[in-house]
Design a protein around this ligand. Sequence first.
Ligand SMILES: Cc1cc2nc3c(=O)[nH]c(=O)nc-3n(C[C@H](O)[C@H](O)[C@H](O)COP(=O)(O)OP(=O)(O)OC[C@H]3O[C@@H](n4cnc5c(N)ncnc54)[C@H](O)[C@@H]3O)c2cc1C
Ligand code: SF4
Length: 506
Amino acid sequence: MPALILILGDQLSPALPSLRHWQPDDHILMAEVAAEGEYVPHHQLKLVLIFSAMRHFAKALQAQGCQLHYIQYQQQVRSLLAAVQQTLAQHPELTQLRITEPGEYRLAAEMQQWSAQLGIPVDILEDDRFIASHAMFRRWASGRSQFRMEYFYREMRRYTGLLMDNQQPAGGQWNYDAENREACPANQQIPAPLSFTPDDITEQVISMVRDYFPANMGNAADFSFAVTGKDARAAFLHFVSVHLPLFGRYQDAMKQGEAYLFHSICSMYLNCGLLDARWMCLQVEQAWRAGNVPLAAAEGFIRQIIGWREYVRGLYWLQMPAYRQLNFLQANRPLPGWYWTGQTRMNCLAQAIGHTIKHAYSHHIQRLMLTGNFANLAGLSVDAVTDWYLAVYADAFEWVELPNTLGMALFADGGQLGSKPYVASGNYINKMSNYCQHCVYDVKETLGARACPFNALYWDFLARHEDKLGNNPRLQLTYQQWRRKGDNQAAIRAKAADLLIAIETL
Ligand SMILES: Cc1cc2nc3c(=O)[nH]c(=O)nc-3n(C[C@H](O)[C@H](O)[C@H](O)COP(=O)(O)OP(=O)(O)OC[C@H]3O[C@@H](n4cnc5c(N)ncnc54)[C@H](O)[C@@H]3O)c2cc1C
Ligand code: SF4
């Protein structure tokens, strides 16, 4: 039976399950539809990346002889279902639809209805570009009262054989994180990531995005990402040879004016299918075995991919749709306008949001300990914050964005993903960056007019949520410090209340 194969914008991998079954009389459909382009106000660079990478992928499939239907955004087809209906109406010989499962619960739930709506069989294949299948993650999770990434990660090391010697972790330890987490010295040279000049296809997409999404964050004309698998692999190999040796050491560091430091900038390529997770990990392992990078760097990187990335995906599918509704700390305050403009006097946040606006990127610690930390301390609305993260990063797809934001950054799942909230005062930001040296606020102060807002908000957060967090074993020392503040507690809480009233002007 000739089939219509639908390929989504985050499925741009030649090894996609639905493409592996391709027969010459099958047709392929790719569509830039309004519903997917508009459900949050995506950053302009994210839109250019996805649409241009889709158009390049379609061109490559056509060059291989596939019968391909491509609907451009300008054609204003509303939904994927409408795109499929339109194509099937033009090609009645196509009597089944084949899809690789989407990465988002909303779309997956819609697709379950498609067979009835279209009147033909719809074959939805599991996405085996991820290393842990749904069944494997469910097996790992079943019977556990608490999920912890570290234990899942060890299973994944055993399963993949990555960095294993004779069934034991290479070097004798599973995790070398203790060797990482240094601040970046002032004189450290930071090489630039590989960037790419837009070709004609990308230029057309840039002008389309500028025409149709003028109010969205960012400037499409700044686009310099890879849009093909070949270029994405070149960008990743550049990272392995140039940045990976110092990746682990400076993984948590932040520096004035530096968006990328030694990070790989590969999540956007990986998440839309231009890079393959197994291939990346093998490159990193080989670089270590060849003596080109320290074990701590290689292990740290591989842990992010087969540990954190697979773990958050597993949790997402295990817990949706209920997960989306969680709000353990009852955080409901509106998002301040400066999250969209970067116009805040808090230098650390101005830097992180500035990188976000300029590059549709900020690195993990900026997302977690700056924008995420502030959102948590200030009790910003979980819905508004998760929508913001989904909109502003080029790598943002709900399966990975939601657990990271709702679970890791906001603790809205009450500790299913992490064992304690990732909250910190200005002291942590000062230790890991040089931002405070360039700030109008004083990181050492909690109460004065120039006091760093993170300080009073930090203590107020702990006091506000003592009923829910006070018994957390990992927060006992912190609560002891809070109790020792005695008479100062009231002043700190009053300062925090003032800061929250003035939140738009901080
Ligand atoms: C609030 C918040 C929101 C986030 N939203 C996203 C998102 O929408 N999409 C996304 O891919 N990542 C997200 N992350 C995880 C992480 O911040 C990004 O993957 C990383 O910053 C991407 O930059 P990089 O490629 O330079 O990563 P590197 O620091 O070079 O890390 C290498 C790779 O490891 C993977 N990785 C690392 N940490 C995580 C993690 N916690 N979860 C999943 N994968 C991880 C990514 O694929 C990343 O490319 C979020 C983190 C937080 C705290
Ligand atoms: S002083 Fe406070 S607000 Fe300013 S950069 Fe440091 S941590 Fe951020």
